[in-house]
Design a protein around this ligand. Sequence first.
Ligand SMILES: *[C@@H]1O[C@H](CO)[C@@H](O)[C@H](O)[C@H]1NC(C)=O
Length: 176
Amino acid sequence: MAADNHPTFSLFFVAAAVVSLLFAGGAEARFKGINPWCLTADYRFLCTKMVKGATTQEVAIANAVQATLNATTRMAPKLEGLVQAVAYLPELSKESVISTCRDSYDKVVENLNEALNFMKVNDDQSVLDRVDTAESSISDCLVALKEMGGNTESLAKTSRILYRYVSNAMAVATQL
Ligand SMILES: *[C@@H]1O[C@H](CO)[C@@H](O)[C@H](O)[C@H]1NC(C)=O
């Protein structure tokens, strides 16, 4: 079966080769510039920024957790904006939401700090546990606000951003 007798047949193979080359190239491009500890993260570019060129996993985790802590601290003023989001709620609901949100914020900061401390003593399981708790604490505030019928628009955005950080930190840490 000579190829020149079947031009469409060989064209098909050329096309298939080109397509598979494109796919291979695409996969490579997808991971280009991504830190090796961020390959399983959901937000790889952000993760790569977070780990700051780490070449060991220990440094990658410590940087990712620290970056998450930094991001959380930067978001603190947004919590003050919460007062507006609950302004029209009854007094009791208002107090309840604000206190839940304060607790939620404190819990995230506290657990991330604890994770950093457990990093220093190589207690991997506790590191994972604290990052995981921080991750689940992020949504507490939003859930409370939603339940009470407050305005969730601004807080939802803040929570989404923080969630990306902590989800990335978790992805880097679960490779332990
Ligand atoms: C966290 O913030 C501190 C102080 O601003 C800064 O020096 C540090 O580089 C930040 N760390 C990360 C991982 O972003």
